[in-house]
Design a binder for this molecule. Structure first.
Ligand SMILES: Cc1ncc(COP(=O)(O)O)c(C=O)c1O
Length: 397
């Protein structure tokens, strides 16, 4: 009674909180375009067949009851390192890699390390994934925003973004989305990444990539372009990687943190500090998810299958997006919805106001985030016409 009486209820999570409302909605025609989970055309979100295969192999052979090392299974972060940086042999002497508890855990681990060793001021894009602010604030950061998206331009406000980036104080941490910016779906071009890289060098900024959607943009190799550019250009930087989406291992919590150092001599010292953080936070990571990823990536045939299945997922999303744009453009009278075609990854930003989003939810049972972000993978041939009609109705009213 005396210790917890004062506790007030925390606010619901922006994404998961809304799921409760959706579940309680009795309307059979309700449509879920909220949470960032890939769904097939039957709205099923199942484990990828190749991952199921690898899982069976891992479970059949894994007799180990021992703890994993603090930084996890080496076969996992080595194989993932190759996927991210193209080469692992050439860079492993200066890139510290560790398993993490999903992409979220990797971000938090990186934030804890930076708070301890570099500084506690981070700039995140406006808008960004709803959890970024909370992760950095919990790690003790002051979180500032960089203007990123402009509704008027239906895309990145490049001049404002670059101008702000150029004004940041040295040693600032800057968060970038490696690919498929969440929630807007708007990514810089490779040329623009070169400009960003140049500014980071000029201003001594520390880039922190959140890389949660490799393979969902233009392809596994293409999506790694920005991270590889920063490697080639000699930056020190961090990458928080998530295997939730591209391996359909959401519930297994598989991710990795990479810290790219300039010199090999620094890497073990960086690693020793990160291992101390891990030891005092969760001690040792879970084994199976990471071993499944390593099994897929280290077996030639399984890797080919994985790439094919990932391609299919990407194509399903891009077909759904293309159909959405075609129908919106055909029916809209005032708004030119072609901007939606430029978006990459699972999400699109429809430039709706919170009031319009509320109306879609309350009147029509069409659920999306407050920001107007939709999960394109939630669209099917059964529901797309209703989404198109109602989005046009609210936005052109
Ligand atoms: C941009 C971004 N970063 C990180 C994550 C976290 O991924 P995980 O589920 O692996 O923690 C997500 C998940 O939705 C995301 O969209």
């Amino acid at each position: 009674m005396i210790f917890f009486e004062h506790v007030i209820e925390g606010p619901p999570d922006a994404v998961f909180g809304l799921m409760g409302t959706f579940r309680a909605d009795q309307r059979p025609e309700k449509i879920n375009l909220m949470v960032g989970i890939y769904k097939d055309e039957h709205l099923k979100s199942e484990v990828m067949p190749v991952v199921k295969k690898a899982k069976e192999k891992v479970l059949a052979s894994d007799q180990m009851a021992d703890y994993l090392p603090f930084d996890g299974a080496p076969q996992f972060f080595e194989s993932l390192g190759k996927l991210v940086f193209r080469e692992w042999g050439n860079v492993e002497d200066r890139v510290y890699a560790t398993q993490a508890i999903g992409g979220t855990g990797a971000l938090r681990l990186g934030a804890d390390f930076l708070a301890q060793e570099v500084g506690k001021r981070v700039w995140i894009p406006q808008p960004t994934w709803a959890n970024h602010r909370g992760i950095f604030e919990r790690a003790g950061f002051t979180v500032e925003t960089l203007p990123y998206y402009s509704s008027a331009q239906h895309g990145i406000d490049k001049s404002a973004y670059f101008k702000h980036l150029r004004s940041l104080p040295p040693k600032s941490v800057v968060l970038f989305h490696g690919t498929c910016h969440n929630p807007t779906g708007c990514d810089p071009t490779l040329e623009e990444w070169k400009e960003i890289s140049h500014i980071c060098k000029e201003r001594s900024l520390l880039p922190f990539f959140d890389f949660a959607y490799q393979g969902f943009g233009d392809g596994v190799e293409e999506d790694a372009g920005p991270v590889r550019l920063f490697l080639d250009e000699g930056h020190e930087f961090l990458v928080a990687y998530s295997c939730s989406k591209n391996f359909s291992l959401y519930c297994q919590r598989v991710g990795a943190l990479f810290v790219v150092c300039k010199e090999a001599a620094v890497k073990p010292r960086v690693g020793s500090q990160i291992k101390r953080i891990i030891r005092t936070t969760y001690s040792n990571p879970p084994a199976h998810g990471a071993k499944i990823v390593a099994e897929v990536l280290n077996d030639r045939a399984l890797k080919v299958e994985w790439l094919k299945e990932l391609d299919q997922m990407r194509h399903r999303i891009s077909q759904a997006r293309a159909l959405l744009v075609k129908k919106l453009v055909a029916k809209a009278k005032k708004i030119d919805f072609r901007f939606v075609q430029q978006h990459k990854g699972m999400f699109s930003y429809l430039d709706l106001s919170p009031k319009q989003v509320k109306e879609l939810m309350e009147k029509h049972g069409i659920y999306m985030l407050d920001s107007g972000r939709i999960n394109v993978a939630g669209l099917t041939s059964q529901n797309i016409d209703r989404v198109v009609d109602q989005v046009i109705a609210v936005s052109e009213a």
